[in-house]
Ligand binder design. Structure first.
Ligand SMILES: Nc1ncnc2c1ncn2[C@@H]1O[C@H](COP(=O)(O)OP(=O)(O)OP(=O)(O)O)[C@@H](O)[C@H]1O
Length: 612
């Protein structure tokens, strides 16, 4: 069977999206870690193509510098050529053409391989991030806002392309080209100028880029954070659009969105300003280098240790090097956003699931008594700062990342409950008394602070979660209908079920007549979140899916919420019929008709269990 391990499969989390869960702090608070530490393993997996791109980039820069040098040498030589001093035109003109072609070809191939390799290793990061998210407990996932998760999976990972394309690639090539050029210049010029030259080269390839990166870190972080918040707001507005309209919240939403856009724009402007200022400083260092070459070269030229064409070649070559250096300095201003993105992505990758798997998971018996003993549960709440001011749009989430833990009152106090094999019980209680939380503890969606849950004598905390989710299933009012066909939705419960089994499950769930009436039958399309179905039909589709699983314990959380009384009664009657010998805990506010359950237990607002 295929319940999704995050508990959202055929069941629901008691933690609605956006609600803050049991953990107090988001993982960014662990502190920033190195971008390279995050990317190294992914880049190592793609090293041949990355190395090829780096090699091609070096060839491009060196060919560009050499092209300008040779052109300077060629033109000056040709200009100074007289009848007495013949100048070989053929070699330099052939060199100029060869270098020009080499530069164009290498640049084209470098772009091709560099982008392909970057996209490939970013795809690897995305898959790893998705796998990490899927491993987390629903309560951990609920700490992130939906839009924030999308921002991490898409925007943050995209921002990481700056690391290789805008930083590593140009940096390696400028460094190597600078080294080659420096050695050549040192060989041509006296040592005193060589030191001067070396200083400027270090300034250009190391000090300036590092300075720009440092300046752009804070703005890059603000940019990533704000872009995540903006996505979350957009998600809120789209998913709750009907309510936004009904409560006439459009102006507030628009205003809030505009403010978020302003912050985004100002962060982008500041990043661009750092890049431009770095480029300005870089031009100044270019002027210093040119000054050194003119001054030093003049002296050497006058001593006739260097020819005029070589001298000009040196000066134009330096200009070519600075052209490549300018690209580097502009590019590194994006590294701040890349570092912030790496920190956000790394935080998810490093996050371990709350419910760690026991080193040696124990086998779960096929049948047994379900026993809760001494279960205590308390959620940690973050202390949210309401930062909306006079802005009526809810803005508390902006402070979520810095939230401190604050203890909330216990939801479950010393709860002990025994449900026999094949027994069906109802769990009732006021709203907020902890019914969903109790089911969540059984499903290991949240971990209790004290007590344990056993099945057939085995502590569920010692069982492999995958095995647990095969035997225990959760069906609730929020059980999702996925975008796709009826068949695809059913096959989530039984991937290998035949058509006959699917129809059988539909018949048991009382949905066969409806599906038969559809033109496409099992292949009929159900819209996102089951929008093409009525509430009752969606609930029955989820029940049919549940029937296709191997689960022996059913935890039903408000399965009839939203149904009229007649539909509720029909659902309960069908439930009693199809549950067979399965153990069932039915959390409900509805009056359960006679014969559906053997007993009813009540949970009080104080979190204690008693008879109804
Ligand atoms: N993730 C969470 N973080 C903090 N508090 C939570 C969380 N989930 C539930 N709670 C709190 O725990 C209490 C019990 O909630 P729960 O959803 O279990 O109640 P319930 O009996 O199922 O309510 P209802 O009948 O309305 O569905 C409530 O006070 C709720 O605010």
């Amino acid at each position: 069977m295929s319940r999704l391990p995050d508990g959202r499969g055929s069941g629901s989390s008691p933690l609605p999206p956006g609600r803050t869960g049991a953990g107090p702090r988001l993982p960014e608070d662990e502190g920033r870690r190195g971008v390279m530490a995050l990317l190294r393993p992914f880049m190592a997996g793609r090293w041949p193509s990355l190395l090829l791109a780096a090699g091609l980039s070096c060839i491009t820069v060196i060919a560009g510098v050499a092209l300008l040098s040779v052109a300077g040498w060629f033109l000056t030589g040709a200009f100074l050529a007289t009848a007495a001093s013949a100048f070989n035109l053929f070699v330099p003109s052939a060199l100029v053409r060869a270098l020009a072609f080499l530069r164009i070809g290498a640049r084209y191939l470098e772009r091709l391989t560099g982008h392909a390799a970057t996209l490939a290793f970013l795809a690897d990061v995305r898959v790893a991030l998705f796998a990490s998210l899927a491993r987390l407990q629903p309560a951990q996932l609920a700490r992130y806002r939906d839009g924030d998760l999308v921002a991490r999976l898409v925007g943050d990972i995209d921002a990481l392309d700056a690391v290789f394309l805008s930083f590593l690639l140009p940096w390696i090539s400028v460094l190597l080209a600078g080294l080659a050029f420096g050695l050549w210049a040192v060989w041509l010029l006296p040592t005193a100028y060589a030191w001067w030259l070396l200083c400027v080269l270090i300034l250009m390839t190391a000090v300036l880029p590092a300075w720009v990166v440092r300046r752009s870190l804070e703005d890059g972080e603000r940019l990533r954070r704000q872009s995540s918040l903006t996505r979350s707001q957009l998600h809120d507005i789209v998913s709750r659009h009907a309510d936004v309209v009904v409560f006439a919240m459009q102006p507030a939403a628009r205003n809030h969105f505009r403010k978020a856009g302003d912050v985004l724009e100002s962060s982008r402007d500041r990043l661009a300003a750092h890049g431009s200022f770095g480029a300005l400083l870089q031009q100044c260092s270019a002027a210093l280098l040119l000054g050194a070459l003119l001054w030093g070269g003049m002296e050497v030229y006058l001593r006739e240790s260097i020819s005029a064409p070589l001298w000009v070649a040196l000066i134009l070559g330096a200009l070519g090097l600075f052209e490549a250096g300018a690209m580097l300095v502009r590019g590194v201003s994006r590294l701040g956003a890349g570092a912030a993105a790496a920190s956000r992505v790394g935080a998810v990758l490093r996050q371990a699931p709350d419910a760690e798997q026991a080193p040696q998971p124990r086998a779960l018996p096929m049948q047994g008594e379900l026993a809760l003993s001494g279960v205590c549960l308390r959620y940690d709440r973050p202390a949210l700062e309401i930062s909306g001011g006079d802005d009526p749009w809810p803005a508390a989430v902006a402070a979520e990342d810095e939230a401190e833990a604050r203890e909330s009152p216990p939801v479950l106090r010393d709860v002990s409950l025994h449900v026999g094999q094949g027994e069906r019980i109802a769990l009732v209680g006021d709203s907020g008394s902890g019914k969903s939380s109790l089911l969540a503890v059984i499903m290991r969606i949240v971990a209790p602070q004290a007590g344990n849950v056993r099945y057939g004598g085995i502590d569920l905390a010692e069982v492999d979660p995958a095995v647990l989710y095969q035997r225990f299933a959760l069906l609730s009012q929020d059980s999702p209908v996925f975008l796709g066909t009826i068949r695809q939705n059913l096959k989530i419960g039984g991937p290998h079920a035949s058509d006959a089994q699917l129809w059988d499950a539909l018949e048991q769930a009382g949905l066969d007549a409806f599906v038969q009436s559809l033109d496409d039958g099992l292949d009929a399309w159900v819209g996102e979140a089951g929008r093409t179905l009525s509430v009752g039909q969606a609930r029955r589709l989820c029940l049919a899916r549940l029937l296709l699983t191997d689960a022996q314990v059913w935890l039903l959380d408000e399965p009839t919420a939203g149904l009229d009384r007649e539909a509720q009664l029909a659902f309960f009657r069908d439930l009693a019929r199809v549950a067979g010998k399965r153990t069932v805990i039915l959390a409900t506010h509805a009056d359960v008709p006679e014969g559906v359950v053997s007993r009813t237990v009540r949970i009080g607002l104080d979190g204690r269990l008693g008879d109804a």
